[in-house]
Design a binder for this molecule. Structure first.
Ligand code: ZN
Length: 597
């Protein structure tokens, strides 16, 4: 059974669209609106606008538009009913009891829902196992690492027993069908010849870390080997829920702080993330792979524009760091690099010197290009011209990733000083290497001129249903609709209104063609819009009518002259009568305006 029709309206009206979109896009206030970088197309300057009271978003770059449900549908690939539920959940609105079991959902969505339930059950299982006698060794590690019981709880740490099929049996008893079990990746099918229908556990004798997706649900697990088992970390495979390159460990917990501080701390491993989080640094995320992916960086950049990279200083780590840093720069992130003294990783460092010392180190982390210059010096030295050249060549590709030319030339000066070379040499090498970026393609965002009073009229009609009735009468009585430049928009609003529906931006925009959608967005998101003045609108409509009357008058005069020539007396009298009506209407118009003053 579907949700009640008006439930989506209820959700929409009690949801803060800015908050929901703000979970995906970093929004800044601009007048009454919010703007940010569009999640639907690549851009460097924000053209994505969100209107908090109209409950509407529009991108002046690519034309993406809609309400909060459309946004969630498109960013999370959900159907309409699913997105209504998702938004209701996030806004804390109880979903009506007639919640369907999902018969209407697509098979993929049904599978995903089943997998989410399965991961939740698996999580309960792993956590319970952490208390078993078999997990004594894990509990000992947790104690030695100095993890508090709060951290164990917060991060949902658990244990996968070594028996081989404990989880598989548990999940089967919970009633998950074989195809769902298999799709979860947490268990694997046994050799069908020997044991048809049997499953065994992927994770055996491992310390378990649940991985939470952007929507706040467990989507995968990582298991750390207890002994010398290989690999040291084993992850869930790619499933309908989990794509490794699209998840950052701890982002779900960290994102509010990242948004607040505009900055994230990036570490390499699960243990680093937990230790740093426990040290009071709440904006920490972990890439949990050798190298960061573009999707992960883009996800992160929705919440903050600065990253402090705090990776392991070992040699494999450095190369991975360099690749990750290049990606961060390309996405326009501002990057600082923390190198801990004594070549320690964050987890070790915090254990040995304490949380406060680590936070101080974070504050003092050096800007990326200063770090890069010292790396160049370490790698190549600076004693000979050849060494300096090698150092410059090491730095150049990174410089090329900086999108902003001004920032780049400042960086060049900084690097030149640090490497003790002439700024000109670096700039020259840069040009000769052909690394100068072509100017970014400029998306035309020219605004169209709209008569201010018409823009005002549209805003009045959107705000005030009663005004719709009055204006509709006024415009129709005097046949003025065709005189409006925004006729398409105004008549659509009035049409929707007489049909009984409130002027809803998303629905309205759907009924317009693209040029009109853009015009409408321009009016709604106009930062400099003056408050609606009834006098101004009426006098504008009056002026339209005057214009129409003037045209009528000159037509009548011409027709009267013709009738005169043709000695058509009756026609002549009739036309004179019409002209008189025009005169009288013009007089009326004068007094109409006066009464408004
Ligand atoms: Zn866009």
């Amino acid at each position: 059974m579907p949700l009640p029709v008006d439930f989506s309206q209820q959700v929409k009206s009690s949801t803060d669209i800015v908050r929901i979109i703000g979970e995906h896009v970093r929004l800044k206030k601009a007048g009454n609106n919010y703007v940010g970088l569009c999640p639907f197309h690549q851009e460097k300057t924000p053209s994505f606008s969100v209107h908090p009271t109209r409950q509407f978003y529009y991108c002046f770059g690519c034309g993406a538009k809609g309400d909060v449900f459309r946004f969630v549908m498109e960013t999370e690939k959900l159907s309409f009913p699913e997105s209504v539920r998702r938004v209701a959940q996030r806004s804390g609105i109880p979903i009506p009891a007639s919640e369907p079991a999902g018969e209407q959902a697509s098979p993929e969505r049904r599978l995903r829902a089943a997998l989410e339930g399965l991961h939740q059950k698996a999580q309960e299982f792993f956590r319970k196992q952490l208390q078993s006698p078999e997990a004594a060794a894990v509990r000992e590690i947790i104690r030695k690492r100095g993890l508090t019981s709060e951290a164990v709880e917060e991060f949902g740490l658990g244990f996968a027993p070594g028996s081989g099929s404990a989880l598989a049996n548990f999940l089967s008893r919970q009633g998950f069908p074989p195809d769902v079990l298999e799709a979860s990746g947490l268990v694997l099918r046994r050799d069908p010849a020997r044991d048809p229908g049997g499953f065994f556990d992927r994770f055996r004798n491992r310390w378990m870390f649940p991985i939470i997706g952007e929507a706040g649900k467990i989507v995968a697990f990582a298991g750390r080997a207890m002994g010398s088992d290989q690999p040291k970390y084993l992850n869930s495979p790619e499933t309908a829920l989990y794509s490794k390159s699209h998840v950052l460990y701890n982002l779900f917990r960290a994102r509010d702080t990242i948004r607040k501080e505009g900055s994230a701390v990036m570490v390499e491993g699960y243990m680093d993330a937990i230790a740093v989080f426990q040290a009071g640094v709440r904006n920490v995320v972990a890439s949990c792979g050798t190298s960061l992916t573009e999707a992960q960086v883009r996800m992160l950049s929705r919440y903050g524009s600065e990253v402090v990279v705090s990776y392991d200083p070992d040699s494999a780590g450095v190369a991975a760091t360099d690749r990750s840093l290049a990606l961060l720069l390309e996405q326009g992130m501002s990057v600082r690099v923390l190198r801990l003294p004594g070549a320690m990783d964050p987890d070790e460092f915090i254990k040995q010197t304490g949380a406060e010392a680590y936070r101080d180190q974070l504050k003092a982390a050096q800007p990326f290009f200063r770090y890069l210059a010292s790396r160049a010096l370490e790698l190549h030295g600076s004693n000979t011209p050849e060494a300096k050249l090698a150092g410059i060549n090491f730095v150049l590709p990174f410089l090329a990733k900086v999108p902003n030319k001004l920032i780049r030339s400042e960086l060049v000066a900084d690097i030149a000083q640090k490497m003790d070379v002439n700024t000109g040499i670096i700039l020259d090498s840069f040009r000769r290497a052909g690394l100068e970026r072509r100017a970014a393609v400029h998306v035309s965002q020219q605004m169209v001129q709209i008569p201010p009073a018409e823009a005002m009229l549209v805003r009045l009609l959107l705000e005030n249903r009663d005004a719709c009735g009055e204006m509709s009468k006024l415009l129709e009585e005097h046949a003025l609709m065709e005189e409006l430049e925004l006729q398409g928009i105004v008549s659509t609003i009035l049409g929707m209104n007489s049909g009984g529906s409130a002027p809803d931006m998303a629905a309205l925009s759907d009924r317009l063609d693209e040029p009109h959608q853009r015009l409408l967005a321009q009016i709604v998101f106009d930062k400099d819009a003056r408050p609606v003045s009834l006098y101004e609108i009426t006098s504008y409509i009056n002026s339209l009518e005057r214009r129409r009357l003037q045209r009528q008058r000159s037509t009548l005069r011409r027709q009267i002259l013709e009738a005169e020539k043709l000695h058509d007396a009756s026609r002549y009298v009739e036309l004179l009568g019409q002209l008189d009506t025009v005169f009288r209407r013009e007089k009326e118009l004068d007094t109409e305006l006066d009464t408004l003053l």
